[in-house]
Design a protein around this ligand. Sequence first.
Ligand code: GNR
Ligand code: NI
Length: 168
Amino acid sequence: MAILDILHFPDPRLRTEAKPIKQVTPKVQQLVDDMFETMYKAPGIGLAATQVNVHRQVIVIDTTEDKSNPLCFINPKITQLQGDTTYDEGCLSVPSIYETIHRAEKITVEALNREGETFTLEADGLLAICIQHEIDHLKGKLFVDYLSPLKRQRIAKRLDKQNRSKAA
Ligand code: GNR
Ligand code: NI
């Protein structure tokens, strides 16, 4: 197991589109395990491979407080979207920024699990929001993209300074 480094906005690598996983090999399962460890340590409720600079379609999520529902989505596809909701979203790649974002309220998602088996999940509430947030990452999209250009620019400037002062 290993803790992986998380990229921070406005790092251009966060804009990379993730490619599908052809086969769920032990190496992919190792990535999933490292992503869970990285997400729990952060702590966060979700993590997309894009955020750890791996440009493959892999997501891990656990929205519970006691780490009791680890979910892994490989090659996820949303097959149904229903309703509208808003939530004050944050992102491990956009630290200390929280903004109200509109999303579908209820979704159906199809994916492969850590064993490479297909499953379908209906989700609502925070889980549905988190799945949409993570699938955006795989497309190179961030929650700040839903804000006005001015707001996004201000956030980029602030984080760019932080990124520079942290770079070795
Ligand atoms: O930890 C996280 N919390 C969160 C809160 C509201 C909406 C989405 C999220 S996901 C985020 C972790 C993260 O950045 N995943 O990509
Ligand atoms: Ni995020």
